[in-house]
Ligand binder design. Structure first.
Ligand code: M6R
Length: 604
């Protein structure tokens, strides 16, 4: 989604902002732009496509500037629609993330102004400019921000006064001051090269930076009050943001999973006792009788796996909802409902909206999140953090498996809390969990075989992914991985559902990927495989080591080590991630930045 990076201070402003925008590239974008403030003017550059080196900008002697990567929402991909946007006098320049919902209503305040873009953003500089005959630039922004409806974050700069102003309402933005260098970004991670402390801004807050004396003030535009904020330490390891020798971030992140799982385990388990790194707080599980999990995309798939675990081990009713649907259908919640919100980024707008709705209805919210300081971590009653490190590839991999690990630990913890499991069984489960990283390394060693399967089938147009029980969500995840990075149409189903429709698609061109491990459904899934073979379909199976029966049926088998059934998703998902990756690579796709997708979906 859109990204914002702004800088004021010494050095080459354009270079700092371009590097900032490049560090936001992984979020997904289609055009970009920069406005640079010089002694008497503002220089503007906008472009469609990737952020270039923009050497002509680096020659501009600027002491502040704002930059933006745009992912089109209102208005097509074009230079006119890319940010920064300005007013008729070209005095105020604004970059903006999110959506202003009341543009039509606001237009009456700027009648006579000509609009050059189809965006909702252009109204902001125009509204600010209209007030400059009565107000200073910061005061004008304060007036305007109170009129805007919707979720937004924006930064505004003025040609004629020495301020940089940022505002947040529902869309993430952080600011950081390191001596006389001031940074604003929509993504904490992009500040890592410059500082390890930042002002984590809340909804309703504005930052007003004075370029003359390098001071920053904060203001709450909802309460109309000045506020004091201090910078907080945050921890993102810069080394994690580098691709190293891997061709793509996604491949690096797939191979990083065992390390990340070990780290997540070590941080939260001591001597086979679950002691979460972040205290959950005494009341979070008290008197709960029902769990509702909300999430989107891959995180939603992690929630579906957790549903099996929670129901079987905690014996509590669990529902898993798409966050986007949950919010809009009058959910029935009460104080005995625990919401578990799952999000890698902590900034997914639909999940944030779901959490807010749940809190208003009196439910408690526990989040599983990968980004400390993110909106979701800050608005939840408690948060447990995955140790995935920064995930740059748009297709989620290591975030997913570390989410699974945290959800399994939460399941065991809650089962213990409700006395549904013996201490001996907890230790046994934890021992099995501790063995997963090493087993996963063995799966990662199957690269050559997976590449061979890829070579045979990378040209297909459709694929089906089937699994049962705890591996049904993994079938969904395998299909999502394939479609989002290779653009092959893929569907995931519970294997038994095949005969209720998808079987009509099977022919000699159509591969079906079966997750067929030795669990209670094993025989039934073998029958499903036979049904596909009887219709000349291609079968790729993920099965347990030494399974001779499957070798006789399937065209290709990727063997994975044995583990307890509950933990099998950790191992079954990896070959599906790898298959999707190698197919997309062979097809020449832009794997880390698939078309139309954004890493963090910050609009509803
Ligand atoms: O940051 P989140 O976990 O909240 O993101 C949710 C989805 O947008 C995300 O999982 C998406 O589906 C990924 N591209 C999947 O690979």
């Amino acid at each position: 989604m859109c990204g914002i990076f702004a800088y004021a201070g010494p050095g080459n402003c354009a270079e700092v902002i371009i590097n900032g925008l490049k560090s936001l590239e992984y979020r997904g974008y289609d055009s970009w732009g920069i406005a640079l403030k010089t002694k008497n003017n503002i220089e503007l550059k906008k472009s469609v496509g990737k952020v270039s080196e923009a050497t002509e900008l680096e020659a501009v002697k600027a002491y502040a500037g704002i930059g933006h990567t745009r992912w089109a929402t209102h208005g097509n991909v074009s230079i006119e629609n890319s940010h920064p946007h300005t007013d008729s006098e070209k005095r105020i320049y604004v970059v903006h993330n999110g959506i202003i919902e009341n543009v039509a209503e606001l237009r009456k305040f700027v009648s006579g102004d000509r609009f050059y873009s189809k965006t909702d953003t252009e109204i902001i500089p125009k509204l600010i400019a209209r007030l400059l005959n009565r107000y200073s630039f910061p005061a004008a922004v304060k007036e305007v921000v109170g009129k805007l409806r919707g979720n937004f974050a924006f930064v505004a700069i003025d040609r004629d006064s020495n301020y940089l102003v940022a505002a947040r309402n529902g869309s993430p933005i952080v600011a950081a001051l390191n001596r006389n260098k001031f940074y604003i970004s929509s993504d904490l991670q992009s500040l890592v090269p410059y500082t390890d402390k930042a002002f984590l801004m809340n909804d309703g807050e504005m930052a007003i930076y004075n370029l003359d004396d390098s001071s920053v003030e904060f203001y709450n535009f909802l309460d109309r009050k000045e506020i004091i904020k201090v910078q907080e330490n945050y921890s993102v390891q810069f080394g994690d943001c580098r691709r190293g020798d891997f061709k793509h971030f996604m491949l690096k992140e797939i191979f990083e999973q065992p390390v990340r799982l070990r780290q997540t385990f070590e941080v939260n388990v001591t001597d086979f006792d679950i002691r979460f790194a972040q205290p959950l707080g005494a009341g979070i599980f008290k008197d709960i009788n029902r769990i509702v999990i909300i999430a989107c995309g891959t995180s939603w798939h992690a929630g579906l796996v957790a549903e099996y675990w929670l129901e079987s081990l905690v014996r509590m009713p669990v529902e898993v909802e798409y966050a986007s649907e949950f919010r809009y259908r009058s959910p029935v919640l009460s104080a005995d409902t625990l919401i578990i919100a799952i999000s890698q980024s902590g900034e997914t707008a639909d999940t944030i909206a779901g959490i807010k709705e749940a809190k208003e209805l009196g439910a408690r919210v526990l989040s599983v999140c990968n980004v400390p300081g993110s909106t979701i971590a800050r608005i939840s009653d408690a948060t447990v953090f995955t140790q995935a490190g920064p995930e740059i590839g748009v297709a989620s991999t290591k975030a997913f498996t570390t989410q699974l690990e945290m959800l399994f630990l939460l399941t065991l913890y809650l089962a213990q809390y409700r006395q549904k499991i013996s201490p001996k069984d907890v230790i046994n489960y934890l021992k099995n969990l501790a063995e997963i990283p090493e087993k996963m390394e063995r799966v990662l060693g199957k690269t050559e075989q997976i590449i061979k399967i890829m070579e045979a089938h990378y040209t297909v147009s459709n694929a089906l992914f089937l699994g049962r029980g705890v591996n049904y969500p993994i079938a969904l995840e395998g299909a999502l991985k394939l479609k989002e990075i290779s653009y092959i149409h893929a569907e995931g189903y519970p294997a038994a559902e095949m005969k209720h429709g998808p079987i009509a698609l099977i022919d000699r061109h159509m591969p079906t990927v079966f997750i067929c491990i030795r669990d209670q459904s094993y025989e039934k899934v073998l029958s499903n495989i036979q049904e596909v073979k009887a219709r000349n379909g291609i079968v790729i199976a993920v099965a347990n080591d030494n399974d001779k029966r499957i070798t006789e049926l399937a065209d290709h088998v990727i063997f994975i080590p044995e583990t307890i059934v509950e933990l099998s998703p950790f191992l079954t998902v990896v070959p599906l991630q790898m298959l999707a990756y190698y197919i997309a690579d062979k097809r020449g796709c832009d794997i880390d930045k698939p078309r139309n997708l954004a890493k963090s979906v910050t609009v509803e």
